[in-house]
Ligand binder design. Structure first.
Ligand code: SF4
Length: 437
């Protein structure tokens, strides 16, 4: 929960492992709207089960995203040196095989969730038979699997649980270790740089050793604990060209996002080091006025991010699971019957816009500049294969970023202008923006 954005580091520096909040009271429903609320919840569930993401996660877990994402060229393989896998690997990493044959499983869902997509599993066959732990999510399956040249789902399950127990961010270790493996393959580094560990593609035992070293800052682990970008710069040579990160050293979500424009762009311009808006590379959102997917990185992508960011940030304020999102109209209706409120959809989008601008001004005050809305060399490279072969965001990125700033009511450096802040009721922070200029 606190890995990205630096909060995990702050907590770690204070030896704070977790914050647990417990409550025993009921969540009150507005007394005049109880039956409306119950009907709204049922409709919410129907809508959520019918979205592409909801249907997949409900029926197959996020494991079910693996094959369709692979077919779109979005699965990271060997540090983005490719995004294609042989059929044999696809069969091993297939959700149906894993859920129905590899695992014995019991649901372990979040409180009161009817989707129940999370499971505790026991591996029934193979070298890792007997391992008990959490079923990997899609990003772990990809990031601890093909991104490291590993196709054994039992091994991925073991490594996922090891990493969880060590308390480390999966995104950062995925792209850190894949970068080191590529560096070894290309002769940029060798065993001597890694305390004698033979970190070649697919070497599961070597990954285990490296994870433990990072968590204890033991030997080379002290360097690697700096994450992808800092490690690349410490090791020098061509390593920075292999590093996968956005902004000033934040590993992105575990995809090959080079042609998944929305996923890449929303993390590049993000103020939270995660996905601030929505990816619509292969889908539309008529509710927000977008009838076409963002099939190219052009001004349309900027407009989509400027509209989907407020939607997503408003939804984040309601603290519900993103896998179970329904239409914005019904989300607002449900909130109103629960609370007895009378918010309009536009007012709710303004709440989301206010969140983004508040975060932006905070970051600007702390030193964020336009050049921090950026991505690493590797993320701008053109895929050598897959459906996105030969495409890159590089040629249009500056224009898209400028168009996004303009759509948000920000100046050419990405700083919210006073009129925007006044419109959002944030006039009290204008001074913070002016100080930065
Ligand atoms: S709340 Fe979301 S993350 Fe949790 S089990 Fe349900 S669908 Fe999965």
């Amino acid at each position: 929960m606190v890995a990205s954005g630096g909060l995990g580091a702050v907590m770690g520096s204070k030896n704070l492992k977790a914050i647990v909040v417990e409550g025993g009271g009921p969540v009150p429903i507005h007394p005049d709207r109880v039956s409306d609320f119950k009907a709204a919840v049922l409709r919410w569930r129907e809508e959520a089960c019918a979205t592409g993401l909801g249907k997949t996660v409900h029926e197959k877990g996020t494991l079910g995203l693996f094959k369709p994402y692979h077919d779109k060229g979005w699965v990271p393989v060997k540090n983005l040196t490719t995004n294609q896998l042989p059929d044999e690997a696809l069969n091993q990493l297939d959700w149906s095989y894993m859920r129905n044959e590899l695992y014995e499983k019991v649901p372990k869902a979040c409180h009161a969730c009817t989707f129940q997509h999370c499971h505790t599993v026991r591996v029934k066959e193979g070298h890792y038979k007997g391992i008990v732990g959490e079923e990997p999510e899609y990003e772990i399956l990809a990031g601890f699997g093909p991104n490291w040249g590993i196709h054994d789902p039992g091994a991925i399950t073991m490594l996922n649980n090891l990493n969880d127990n060590l308390g480390m961010d999966a995104k950062e270790v995925s792209f850190l270790i894949s970068m080191l493996m590529e560096g070894v393959e290309k002769g940029e580094i060798n065993k001597e740089n890694l305390d004698g560990i033979d970190l070649t593609w697919g070497n599961i035992e070597a990954v285990e050793q490296i994870l433990r070293k990072i968590s204890k800052r033991d030997g080379i682990g002290d360097v690697l604990a700096g994450g992808v970008m800092r490690t690349a710069r410490d090791l020098g040579g061509e390593m920075d060209d292999m590093a996968v990160y956005v902004k000033q050293g934040n590993a992105p979500h575990i995809h090959d996002p080079r042609t998944r424009w929305g996923t890449l762009f929303t993390q590049v311009i993000s103020n939270t080091a995660s996905q601030e808006g929505m990816d619509m590379t292969s889908r539309a959102n008529p509710e927000l006025g977008f009838t076409e997917p963002t099939s190219e990185p052009d001004a349309y992508l900027a407009e989509v991010q400027a509209k989907t960011g407020p939607k997503r940030q408003f939804e984040e304020c309601l603290v519900f699971c993103y896998f179970q999102a329904c239409s914005l109209k019904h989300t607002v209706y449900t909130m109103n019957v629960l609370t007895g409120g009378a918010f309009t959809v536009q007012e709710c989008l303004t709440v989301g816009e206010r969140v983004i601008n508040l975060l932006r001004i905070y970051n600007v005050r702390e030193g964020l500049v336009m050049d921090d809305d950026c991505y690493s060399h590797r993320l701008g490279e053109r895929p050598k294969d897959g459906p996105g072969k030969g495409k890159s965001m590089n040629p249009t990125f500056d224009r898209v970023r400028a168009a996004y700033y303009q759509s948000m009511g920000w100046d050419e450096k990405g700083v919210p202008i006073p009129e925007t802040l006044e419109r959002l009721g944030l006039g009290f922070i204008i001074d913070d923006a002016i100080i930065q200029k």
